[in-house]
Ligand binder design. Sequence first.
Ligand code: C5P
Length: 260
Amino acid sequence: MALSNDAGRADGRRLPARDRIIVALDVQSVTEAQKLLDQLAGRVGYYKVGMELYNALGPSVVEMVAGRGGKVFLDLKFHDIPNTVARAAEVVTGLGVSIFNIHASGGKEMMSAAAQAAAKRAVELGVSRPMLIAVTVLTSMDERTLREEVGVGRPIEDTVVAWSRLAREAGLDGVVASPREIRAIKLACGPEFLTVTPGVRPAWAAANDQKRVMTPGEAVAMGGDYLVIGRPITAAPDPVEAVERIVAEMEEANQDESSL
Ligand code: C5P
């Protein structure tokens, strides 16, 4: 089994632009997934495998992506008691995923148990440990839902920042963040603490159901490390051309940022 979990840790902003792109593999069939993987081979850093594809195909989807040279961000958002999450972290480390995520709302002990278990299993297997990323407040939640249904009374941004800090203290590598949250998170947790950002839309792409979007250039200029991009690439008439346009935009924004 391929164990390509070279996570390319540290400040993602030092990586080449294409290595910072995570393509959301939100497709329904193996055939569609394979077609995209073949088209995009060597052009992007990672592929995000979510609950839908993973629950449909099982762990073989990770092997399928790795077998075509792709690195996997396994987006299963673990949330359970520390022991259970730690065991799951061991398993996905053994599968060879490069990034996986857990809910920060599971608490520091849960996050820390997962981080330690993944690191330990990676050492046992002689591979790099996967990057472990926390999910803070789901962007589908508004302040009212958070307060009245979930019982978290703080404003959303304060909660995002507090849970990001907690994730850093627990030894996680970063958080999933809306582009608008990047600055506050970097300020609170330091530049090395990674942000993985969905809701990215090039100016030339349809917003689809995303409400508060930023272009790849804006997300890079905000200090974002990794960008999760789905339909602007996967639904484009020419996915390769779409990736190359996005890479060019990110590189331009990076130059602007470094020349400041
Ligand atoms: O196609 P699109 O670029 O909108 O895909 C974005 C991906 O990121 C999807 O897999 C979506 O589920 C995920 N995501 C998101 N917003 C979040 C968290 C995850 O769009 N807040």
